[in-house]
Design a protein around this ligand. Structure first.
Ligand SMILES: C[S@@+](CC[C@H](N)C(=O)[O-])C[C@H]1O[C@@H](n2cnc3c(N)ncnc32)[C@H](O)[C@@H]1O
Length: 290
C-alpha cells in the first residue's frame, strides 16, 4: 500500500510550499505557511492540528498555490493576507504604511506602564502609519485622548480603517513633525509622545530585504541622509509640548542609542534611558519632562 500523501492533504501542501519557496530562494518562516493554510481553508490552527487528515478542496489547493507563488516573488505574507497581528490585535495593512513590526510592541508596553500612573492623558503618536501604536494604546488603556499624526494621507485613511475595525475612537491628523504648528496639543499640555519615526539612512535602503524595500513606503523607512533628523524634531516637540512629568518614548535603530539619548538630554528631557528589544538590542529611548 502506498504511503505517499494525497495532493489534497495538509502534509503534502506544506512540504510542496516549503520546497517551492526554498527553490525561489525566498527567506520565509514556516509560520507563514500556517497562516496561508488557515486563510485558504478558513480553519483554525487548532482544527488544522487536531484533524490533520481532513483534505482540502480543489479550489482551496489552487488558491493556496497562487498565494505561495506571490510569496515566492517577495510579497510579504502580511500584504497577501491584508492584515497582521500587533500587540495581540488585528491590524489591517496596505502598501500605504509600514507593516507593524514585533519590535515596536516594546514601545507600547513601556507606554502602558507610564499611563498606569494617571488617567485622562493626552497622547500624541507621531508618524502613526497604520495606527498600530495608537490603536493598541486605545484598546489596552481606554479613557485617554489619543491623536495619531502622519504626513501621509493614505496612511491616515488606513489608520482610520483600523480604528473602525476595533470600534474605537482615535483622532487622526495630517501633520509634519518638522513643522511644529501642524502638530496638535498646546504647550505644556501633552502627557505622552510616542513615535516610531523613519530612521534608516537613505543610502542603506538599497541593502534592505526585497520585501521591505519594495513593499514598505520609502517615506516610512528613511528620513533621508540624516537619520537623526526626526529625533531632533521629536525632542523639540517633547520639550515644548509635554507637561512636567510627561514622557516621550521613541523607537530607534539599534546603533543610535547614545546619539538619540544625547539629543533628548540636550533639550532638557531627564532620566533619558534606552530599552532593549527581544533580541537584546537597544530599540527604545525613554525620557521624562522635568
Ligand atoms: C517607521 S513608520 C512607523 C509607522 C507606525 N507608527 C509603526 O510603528 O508601524 C514612520 C511613519 O512616519 C511617517 N512620517 C514620515 N515623515 C514624517 C513627517 N515629517 N511627519 C510626520 N510623519 C512622518 C511615515 O509616513 C510613516 O507612516
Amino acid at each position: 500500500m502506498s504511503t505517499e500523501p494525497s495532493e489534497f492533504s495538509q502534509r503534502y501542501l506544506r512540504s510542496w510550499a516549503e520546497a517551492f519557496l526554498n527553490k525561489a530562494d525566498q527567506h520565509f518562516s514556516v509560520l507563514e505557511i500556517d497562516w496561508l493554510i488557515e486563510e485558504v481553508s478558513g480553519r483554525s490552527r487548532l482544527d488544522l492540528l487536531t484533524t490533520p487528515e481532513k483534505e482540502f478542496s480543489h479550489t482551496e489547493v489552487k488558491r493556496f498555490q497562487s498565494l505561495i507563488v506571490r510569496r515566492s516573488r517577495g510579497e510579504p505574507v502580511q500584504h497577501i493576507l491584508g492584515f497582521t497581528e500587533f500587540y495581540g490585535h488585528r491590524i489591517l495593512v496596505s502598501r500605504d504604511a509600514l507593516i507593524p513590526r514585533p519590535e515596536t510592541e516594546g514601545l507600547v508596553t513601556l507606554a502602558l506602564d507610564f499611563l498606569r500612573s494617571k488617567s485622562d492623558n493626552l497622547i500624541l503618536d507621531i508618524g502613526t502609519g497604520s495606527g498600530c501604536i495608537a490603536v493598541a494604546l486605545e484598546i489596552e488603556a481606554p479613557g485617554n485622548t489619543i491623536i495619531g499624526i502622519d504626513i501621509s494621507k493614505p496612511a491616515l485613511e488606513l489608520a482610520q480603517r483600523n480604528a473602525e475595525l476595533h470600534r474605537i475612537e482615535v483622532g487622526w491628523q495630517l501633520g509634519d513633525m518638522y513643522s511644529a504648528e501642524t502638530i496638535p496639543g498646546d504647550s505644556g499640555q501633552v502627557d505622552l509622545i510616542v513615535s516610531n519615526p523613519p530612521y534608516i539612512l537613505d543610502s542603506d535602503v538599497v541593502s534592505l530585504q526585497t520585501e521591505v524595500r519594495e513593499f514598505d513606503p520609502l517615506l516610512a523607512l528613511t528620513p533621508g541622509s540624516d537619520h537623526l533628523k526626526p529625533y531632533r524634531a521629536l525632542a523639540e516637540l517633547a520639550s515644548e509640548r509635554l507637561r512636567a512629568g510627561g514622557a516621550v518614548i521613541v523607537e530607534i535603530e539599534e546603533r543610535s542609542g547614545p546619539e538619540v539619548m544625547e539629543i533628548f538630554t540636550t533639550v532638557g528631557i531627564s532620566q533619558v534611558r534606552t530599552h532593549v528589544d527581544l533580541a537584546g538590542l537597544d530599540r527604545i529611548v525613554f525620557g521624562l519632562k522635568k
